[in-house]
Design a protein around this ligand. Structure first.
Ligand SMILES: O=P(O)(O)OC[C@H]1O[C@H](O)[C@H](O)[C@@H](O)[C@@H]1O
Ligand SMILES: [Fe+2]
Length: 189
């Protein structure tokens, strides 16, 4: 698929089912797929062996992976915690560091964590809030609700590429835990 898209099209967010209708690529991440991502790696492992819950699902509408095209995906992060640390995405950097990304929050509440070098920033996300991820920044989303799924749609350049290794080698400087009925963004020492 190296030809640009020639025909206009539309997708639909189905808010009953929390899916992107017309998606053509699906990914899910269970506890067993999240090796080394949570602070309590031992507890994650136990939970993966016990019930191996789905942490998040991604419904993507793909595009040819060339400059000028855009991809989009609805991400649904389930509520839950690993030893008090809220369920979250793996997080990634773009292989093409010139590529930025936009998230539009559809349902629930969460945080967008941004990382560049030693610098960590975060933004609250809730319905109708649109967050912008500047080029060059690693990004991870976290569901801070105790009971509701956190759902957002992302749009990014099709030539961005996902670099997961970098988010393991240069991990996010903050982690988000349940604290006092809400959340706390705690520094990773
Ligand atoms: O790729 P992850 O860090 O696991 O995050 C899950 C997904 O979140 C958003 O929808 C991103 O834009 C997708 O590109 C990403 O795949
Ligand atoms: Fe991205």
């Amino acid at each position: 698929m190296n030809e640009k898209i020639e025909a206009g099209f539309f997708t639909v967010f189905n808010r009953q089912e929390n899916i992107l209708e017309n998606y053509d690529h699906y990914e899910e991440r269970k506890l067993s797929d999240m090796h080394r991502y949570f602070a309590a790696e031992d507890i994650r492992q136990q939970m993966a062996l016990a019930n191996n819950e789905v942490i998040y699902r991604v419904y993507k509408k793909t595009a040819p992976l060339i400059a000028g095209e855009l991809e989009q995906a609805v991400t649904v992060i389930n509520p839950g915690q690993v030893n008090g640390e809220f369920f979250m995405t793996k997080g990634h950097y773009h292989i093409n560091e010139k590529c930025s990304e936009v998230f539009f929050t559809l349902k629930g509440e969460g945080l967008l964590l941004l990382q560049k070098g030693q610098e960590t920033k975060w933004l609250e996300m809730k319905p109708d809030v649109i967050t912008y991820i500047p080029a060059g920044w690693g990004h991870r989303t976290i569901n801070t609700s105790l009971s509701e799924p956190f759902v957002f749609i992302a749009f990014w350049p099709a030539n961005a590429g996902h670099n997961y290794q970098k988010s393991l080698d240069e991990p996010f400087g903050r982690r988000v835990f349940f604290y006092n009925g809400s959340y706390i963004v705690s520094k990773v020492l």
